[in-house]
Every structure is written in C-alpha cells, then in structure tokens.
Design a protein around this ligand. Structure first.
Ligand code: ATP
Ligand code: MG
Length: 606
C-alpha cells in the first residue's frame, strides 16, 4: 500500500537501515533481480521478469502466540521501509516448528497486521506466504548439501553432540559420523525422511568447521526427526528443518533483499550467508542473495514483552486474557484504545539502531495523545459521583423540574463537528474530589460557609459549572459514617454561560458535571501499569514480585447523554480525565463500558 508522505511530517529519527537501502539503490545492488511471480528456486526466478519491487522485506512471525508491541515495531519497520522505497513487504508465517503452531494464531496475526494499517497486496499479487510451503525445497536442498559433502547425518546422542561442541575457548571435536560418504549420508537421510528412525535418533548437520570461533558454524543441525502433526502439512513429514536452516532459505525463495531481524541473530549471520552461498553454488538459489541486518529489540517499560511471559501472565490469571487492556499485545493495546496511527508513530519515532531499547510507557501515551487531541470528540463524565443539589432552582427558573438546555462544542478547535447537547437541572453529579468539607490551602472547588475565629461567617465557595452557570456552596449532608452524601449550593443569578455579563462574577474553579436527569450510567475501567518497576525482570528478578496489585479499578460513572449512542471502539476525550474508548468486547448501547486509554497529561513526569 502506498501513502503520500506528508510535507509537514517531522524528519524521521535515525534509522541505519534506510542508509543501507539508499546506498544499495544507488549502487544498483538489487537491480538485476528477476522475480518469477511467486516464491521459488533459481530456475523459477530466472524464467521471470525483472523484479518490479525495488526492494523486498518481510515480516516473518512464528504463529505460536499473539503479537506484541515489539512485533508491531517490526511490522512498521518492514512494511514501512517497503513503502518508502517502492518495495514490497511479504507477510510470511514461519511455521516450520510443528509443535507450537495453531491456526488461531495465524488468523490473529493477519488481523493484527491489517489493523495496524498494512497489507501484503502488491502488483496484483497477495504476498502472504507460509514457510511450510517450502518444505519440499528445503528437503531437496538438504539432499544437495549431502551430495556435495556439505552435510551429514549424525547419530550421536544429543548429550554427546553437546559435549563435543567445545566452547568459546575450546574447539569442538568431530563426530565419528562426520566422515561418512555422501552416498551413506544420503541413504541415511532418506531413512530419516521415511520414518525409519526414531525421534531423536539422528540429525542432519551441516559440515562446516568444528573449530570455528563462531559456535554457530560448528556443524549446526539442519534437520531433526519429530513425529508431530503440523497445522498445515499434517503427518506428511516426520523430519522438520531447524529455524536457522529454514529461515535463510525462506528469504531466498521469496527474493527478499533486506532480511531484517533482531540483534540476537547477529551470530547466525555467518551461517545464513554460508548456507545461501552454498545453495547458490549448487544452482538451487539465484544471486543476488538476501542479506541479513540486525536491529535492537524494542521493550516497553512496566510490562514484559516476550510471548513466553505473556503466556504465563494469561495462564496464571494475572490478567483476563490475551487482549486484556493492560497487556502489551497488539490486541491488548487495541482494546485499551490505542490507535493504529499512535503505534505507527511510536515505531517511526523509535528509529532503528544497533542496541536494544527500552521505550518508556509515557512515550507511547504521548503518541496516543498527539493522535487523538485533534480528533477525539469531547464529553463530560463523572467517575466518582457526588450529588449536587441546587436549592434555589425553582426561585431562579420558576420550577424545580426546569431543565436548562446546554451546549458544548464536540471539539473546541473543530467547529465543523458541531455541538453536543445536554441539560442542566436541579440535581447534578459532580466529582467527589470537587467538594471539601474542610478545604486544604489553595483549594478552589466547592466548600461550605465557614465561621472565622473572630466569629465572622465566610460564604461558601463559588465555582462555574462548565457550560452552565456559577453556583455557591451552602452546605452538605453526611451519612452516619460521616461520608458526604450530597452537597448543597445555590445558583448565582445572571451567570449563565454565553449570556451577556455572565463573566462579571469571577471564580477560580470550573467543574465538570452531568445532569442527574439525563446522565447515562457507565462502567469505566481505569488502568494503571501492570508492573511497579520499569524493567520487571531486571537483575533476574521474578516478575511476579513486582506485579502492580492496583493495575485495574472499575468505576461506576455517569456520562453525558450523547455517549449512549457510542459504538464499540469509539474514542473520546472525557474533559479533564483523559482519553477513553468504548470497550470492544463488553460495551453495548444503553450499557456503556469505557476503558481509560491514558490521562490527559503524564502525571508521573517529574
Ligand atoms: P518473542 O521473543 O516475544 O517470542 P519472537 O522473536 O520469538 O518473539 P517471532 O514470531 O519469531 O517472535 O517474531 C517475528 C518478528 O518480530 C521477528 O522478525 C522478530 O525479530 C520481530 N520481533 C520480535 N520481538 C521483537 C521486539 N521486541 N522488537 C522488535 N522486533 C521484534
Ligand atoms: Mg522467535
């Protein structure tokens, strides 16, 4: 998909990958490539046309869990670079491990990538691929390596293999099976494939260098025997390629130019290149071959971002599911109310570098505010309601039942969005914190009349009810436990907002409110950080010890009548409270449920 870069967009932060691509494009590194119209081997591509894509990148998730914010970063990076440079980005399911993969995850990943705003249609083709479609080629390549003396079947036990691998200071020692002839190895490999050996009885290993300083080149394993039902190929195979063998081949078959991965794969790059070079020499793959580039992982503060940890959070019941609004999964962030644009801005803003980065949660929240500030409709909501009674209502309006119609802009800077309407009546809901029986110093909200030490009576405080009028506190009522049950006030005449002279009465406080007669009851989920520490696992700590017990609170709120019509995933700015979204699971018309995405400002900033 192509989008015009906006001329007002701020310059993108440093991203060394752009530099590499620009140099490649200038040097014509990828210019001669041919593309056979679909993934394939050297002959398939040689028969194709010059590749219309200037570069090819890919996002290669393993469908073994839900995607998280780190994956969002990788999606935005890979699809974003392809967009910027006239390329194509493939969505590839790296489904070579039969044990942990499920269709449910495949579907969820497709949905997440789409939701983020990307797709894999280009030049009339869908570039959605499955690594398991390449099993035949991978096996053919394995036989070719065996025949060339570049791979052998090792029948040592896993323990023996581990013990003979050596370590950083000691070279490994050769397996007794290392020097079998290609013909013997080929026969043995076919027995592996045909199910004549037990699980774990043998592996296929590359024959490279047992003394290499890079341990990944000490005859790495290419294939293992594993009887398992694969989600796509069923029981067709009982041997499966290792990730380190499969991944470079997947990239090459798809004619990927820039294979971007995270830093932990840096040590694998020599093997990546070794394998592809050998297969090109054997005529199976076409030059120019893909190149691997590593960038730093993205971690988000106050959460854990690895599929394994997320699985534990769900399994142990610390959260309510994969899409719990506190989870850093893409579905969790979506349900929390984050917009695709805010996540893309987070990804672009964090660039790409050679070190792992910890992104402060506040940065993500800042991206959301920047996105919603200019577009979210405004509304008033009272999250901790306290009843306010205007005792002189009938005197002012002729009847206690009078409802004074009020209006407020849907968005203060966007008059074209029109006005919202609600009524001001004798009884209102205000925030409990907007009244103090004994006001602390500097408190500008409602407080009752007080007697001075010299006996003088000071009147109660005056505030403006936003879009309404000025009221003066006259008293309050409590229950037996001393809890305030309602606040009493009187309307100050001639202060109706929008009428001449309404500002003559000066007040220091303006309160948000909703009318008891027309407010809609709403459940509001208030979220806080899932962990009390920025890096929950720092120093090897058990993350369970730093879970925030107050990360979710439910409030029974009253909201403006217009919100009764909100649809799931509609987002609003509740004045003074922050940004909220109608929950995509539990919200229903007439029974609204809102999640707080974030407050209006970063309350934690020093
Ligand atoms: P996890 O470690 O959370 O299980 P993974 O790396 O095993 O994640 P994959 O499905 O293999 O998950 O990842 C798909 C792509 O997303 C890979 O290219 C990987 O490098 C990238 N990716 C995963 N986590 C991050 C992260 N935290 N930051 C940036 N990219 C990431
Ligand atoms: Mg992985």
């Amino acid at each position: 998909m192509a989008s015009e870069p906006s001329s007002t967009a701020p310059p993108l932060p440093s991203n060394f990958l752009r530099g590499i691509i620009e140099r490649d494009l200038e040097a014509g590194t990828w210019a001669g490539r041919r593309w056979g119209g679909s993934p394939g081997d050297a002959a398939h591509h040689a028969a194709g046309a010059p590749d219309p894509a200037r570069i090819r990148t890919r996002f290669p998730p393993e469908p073994n869990g839900y995607l998280h914010i780190g994956h969002a970063k990788s999606i935005c990076l890979n699809f974003g670079l392809a967009q910027q440079y006239g390329g194509v980005c493939h969505l590839r399911f790296d489904d070579t491990n039969p044990e942990r993969e499920e269709q449910e995850y495949v579907d969820a990943i497709v949905e997440a990538v789409r939701w983020l705003g990307f797709d894999w249609q280009a030049q009339g083709h869908s570039h959605l691929y499955y690594a398991s479609d390449y099993f035949d080629f991978m096996y053919r390549a394995a036989e070719a390596l065996v025949q060339a003396g570049l791979a052998y079947v090792d029948e040592q036990t896993p323990e023996q293999m581990h013990a003979t691998r050596g370590d950083f200071h000691t070279p490994g020692t050769a397996s007794p099976f290392r020097d079998r002839t290609p013909a013997e190895n080929l026969a043995r490999l076919r027995e592996m494939r045909d199910g004549r050996l037990a699980d774990g009885a043998a592996v296929l290993r590359a024959r490279i260098d047992m003394a290499s300083p890079n341990l990944n080149l000490r005859d790495p394993t290419l294939y293992r025997i594993k009887r398992a039902v694969h989600h796509a190929t069923g029981e067709r195979w009982c041997i499966y390629p290792m990730y380190t063998y499969a991944h470079p081949i997947e990239d090459a078959l798809e004619r990927i130019t820039h294979s971007i991965c995270t830093l932990e794969f840096e040590d694998q790059r020599p093997f990546y290149d070794w394998l592809l070079e050998r297969l090109a020499e054997l005529g199976l793959l076409a030059h120019p071959l893909p190149r691997q580039y590593e960038f730093g992982r993205l971690n988000l503060s106050h959460v854990v971002t690895s599929k394994r940890r997320l699985r534990e959070l769900v399994a142990e019941g610390h959260v309510q599911g994969w899409d719990d609004p506190r989870m850093p999964t893409i579905f969790g962030l979506r349900r929390r109310g984050y917009t695709p644009a805010s996540l893309r801005a987070m990804a672009d803003g964090s660039g790409a570098s050679k070190t792992n980065i910890w992104l402060d949660h506040a940065v993500l929240e800042g991206c959301l505010r920047a996105d919603l500030e200019g577009q979210a409709p405004r509304a008033m909501a009272v999250l901790e309601p306290l009843r306010l009674v205007l005792t002189n209502w009938a005197e002012v309006w002729g009847s206690d039942a009078h409802i004074e119609p009020c209006q407020a802009p849907v968005h203060p800077q966007r008059p074209e969005l029109g006005q919202r309407a609600f009524g001001l009546g004798r009884e209102l809901w205000i925030e409990r914190e907007d009244f103090a029986a004994e006001p602390p110093k500097g408190y500008f909200r409602l407080y009752p009349p007080r007697t001075q030490p010299d006996g003088r009576l000071l009147p109660g405080n005056r505030v403006r009810l936003k879009y309404g009028l000025v009221v003066e506190c006259t008293g309050f009522e409590c229950d037996a436990a001393g809890t305030v049950t309602q606040v009493l006030a009187r309307v100050v005449p001639d202060t109706r907002s929008g009428t001449p002279g309404a500002d003559a009465v000066k007040v220091k406080g303006t309160l948000t409110w909703v009318g008891v007669h027309d407010a809609v009851a709403a459940t509001v989920n208030l979220y806080d950080r899932l962990f009390t520490e920025a890096q929950p696992e720092a120093g090897g700590r058990d993350w369970r010890t730093v879970l925030n017990p107050h990360s979710h609170r439910v409030a029974s709120a009253w909201v403006e009548p217009a919100l009764a019509a909100a649809a799931r995933e509609d987002r609003f700015q509740f004045e003074r409270h922050g940004y909220f979204v109608a929950d995509r699971q539990t919200h229903a018309p007439g029974r609204p449920v809102f999640n707080r995405i974030t407050t209006l400002r970063d309350g934690r900033a020093a």
